[in-house]
Design a protein around this ligand. Structure first.
Ligand SMILES: [Fe+2]
Length: 179
């Protein structure tokens, strides 16, 4: 089993029956890989942070009674550090991954390419939950404002601003489902 698969397995065991969280982490990882291909970036760091970015959410709920970003940012890194050390990640990679997790709702504090990729990958999944994706005109402006990388913006446009059922839409779905 390669490191990514091992990490996915640990994440799934940790989230246990919380299928929503597991699927979210898997989608964010999928998008992060697409952005890595386009933007460059450090694969072990980006994949590690993408898989574990929300790992603190259950502790946030249990300790603080809230899934607010600041509690996730607080509770995630110690859990991630433990998991990554067990899987043999280097201290440098562990530090960088935990820094990304500690700021993944707070853009602007870390400006690395690795951070930007994980941040954009999370937004590629979350956009439909946070905004009215039916209002395409407004959504175009939101995409320009929210995403940090050129590839993130382009991918968001190709996912959210294409006409449903158009050729582009079908090609995109095909890429996502059967790659
Ligand atoms: Fe997330």
């Amino acid at each position: 089993m390669d490191t990514k698969q091992a990490l996915l397995k640990v994440m799934e065991d940790y989230f246990d029956s919380d299928v929503k969280r597991i699927n979210h982490a898997r989608w964010v990882t999928e998008y992060a890989e697409k952005l890595l291909d386009r933007e460059g970036g450090d694969r072990p760091v980006v994949i590690g942070a993408a898989i574990l970015h929300d790992i603190g959410i259950h502790q946030a709920e249990q300790k603080h009674g809230s899934t607010l970003g600041k509690y996730q940012e607080m509770e995630g890194p110690p859990i991630a550090r433990d998991i990554l050390a067990r899987l043999g990640y280097s201290p440098e990679h562990i530090t960088e991954i935990c820094d990304i997790i500690a700021h993944h709702h707070s853009p602007g504090k870390i400006t690395t390419r690795n951070f930007s990729i994980v941040y954009d990958a999370d937004w590629l999944v979350n956009l439909r939950d946070e905004y009215d994706i039916g209002d395409k005109a407004r959504l175009g402006h939101i995409i320009d404002r929210v995403f940090l990388t050129g590839s993130g913006k382009a991918l968001a446009r190709s996912i959210y601003l294409v006409e449903p059922g158009s050729l582009k839409d079908l090609v995109w779905r095909d890429m996502i489902m059967f790659r």
